[in-house]
Design a protein around this ligand. Structure first.
Ligand code: ATP
Length: 359
């Protein structure tokens, strides 16, 4: 039975390092929740607190309404999947999966039935009797998933589970893990530094920096409305144009920048006149036009020079410079005609796509 996971003002320090700093978070029952952050930000420590390997110094951890701070790991009914698989190499596939069922003292026929169902879930039924050390990395990770799922955990914890796999296999596993979540509706808590994992699979995600949760939201909310410059640059790519607020009214702002005056309609920080800001603008929001006539006329139009073009098949990336500010634009489905380094272009930006963030 899936549970909700609630942390209230949880802190965990090692000597002078505060790995998890006053974190309050609520993971809903059945939710696929991600913790995303750079190396060393405290993700693994957080996961270990939920698993029970670390006890919080302060604060409270609840599974549903029960405080579990003092409940040992083996009594929390959590399943765990690690980056390095952590399978028992001397055992077969079936024996690896069976282990948790034997600990729970289930009878032979029930164990067999559950092993088969878990193997079906990860599409590995034919590998029942194989020695795990004869499996590929991707196959071993599927068995690690099956071993965690077979005990029907209240929460499934995943620590960078697909980081060791190659790019094509990672994409396939993302699809499969998401399908497993959709089918089982287990509460799943996944920690990673890989934004694609989080954006493509999460119901909601928390962005962590230096032990602190900076923002929580759906992938769409976090990508479209990053709370600060760290989130804007860590989740997806972005351009920053430094400027000063000239004027604000009714959720819009006029910002003076070296590339010209920008008008934003996405204001959710209190900004007063004269406040220095960084305007975050995603590369796909810079629309590249040739039309020289628009220069200096249309609102939110920047004159820029192309410095480099990267053709990537489905997309084309332009490196540009405008008034010494480096910018990046992405153009989808590039046709035969393309821009060249040295071309001067107009960049049009929708007012909704300009997000002034506190500097
Ligand atoms: P990575 O993505 O590199 O695994 P992470 O986000 O999981 O990093 P943690 O492993 O939780 O980060 O570490 C957070 C901070 O706590 C780091 O500064 C780390 O050095 C420190 N730390 C973690 N475990 C211990 C420990 N057992 N003793 C001392 N310091 C620790």
């Amino acid at each position: 039975m899936a549970v909700s996971v609630q942390l209230t003002h949880v802190t965990k320090a090692f000597d002078t390092t505060i790995a998890v700093n006053d974190v309050s978070l609520n993971i809903e029952r059945g939710e696929f929740f991600f913790l995303l952050g750079p190396s060393g930000c405290g993700k693994s420590t957080f996961l270990r607190i939920v698993a029970g390997f670390y006890k919080p110094d302060t604060g409270e951890l609840r599974f549903d309404d029960t405080v579990v701070n003092n409940v040992p790991p083996h009594q929390r009914n959590t399943g765990m999947v690690f980056q390095n698989y952590a399978l028992w190499p001397h055992m077969s596939v079936a024996e690896n999966i069976e282990y948790g069922l034997t600990l729970r003292k289930l009878g032979k026929s029930e164990r067999d039935e559950k092993i088969t169902r878990a193997l079906e879930m990860v599409q590995m039924v034919d590998y029942h009797d194989r020695a795990v050390n004869t499996l590929s990395g991707g196959q071993q990770q599927r068995i690690a998933l099956a071993r965690a799922l077979v005990i029907e955990p209240s929460v499934l914890l995943l620590d960078e589970p697909i980081s060791n796999l190659d790019a094509a296999l990672r994409q396939q596993m993302r699809d499969e893990i998401k399908q497993i979540h959709d089918r089982t509706n287990i509460t799943m808590f996944y920690v990673t530094h890989d934004q694609v994992d989080a954006l493509s699979m999460a119901d909601r995600m928390a962005i962590m920096q230096d032990g602190v949760v900076i923002q929580v939201g759906t992938p769409r909310e976090v990508y479209q409305f990053p709370k600060n410059a760290f989130v804007a640059s860590f989740v997806g790519e972005t351009n920053f144009i430094a400027g000063k607020v000239q004027h604000t009214s009714n959720g819009s702002a006029t910002i003076e920048t070296p590339v010209g005056t920008l008008h934003s309609e996405t204001i959710y920080h209190a900004l007063s006149e004269g406040t220095p800001v960084q305007c975050s603008i995603r590369p796909e929001a810079l629309i590249v036009n040739n039309n020289q006539n628009d220069a200096n006329h249309a609102e939110n139009t920047i004159t820029a020079k192309i410095t480099a073009v990267n053709y990537l098949g489905r997309i084309e990336e332009y490196q540009l410079v405008a008034a010494d500010v480096p910018l990046k634009a992405v153009h989808y489905n590039p046709g035969i005609e393309t821009k060249k380094p040295g071309d001067t272009v107009q960049l049009a930006i929708a007012a909704e796509a300009i997000i002034p963030l506190p500097d």
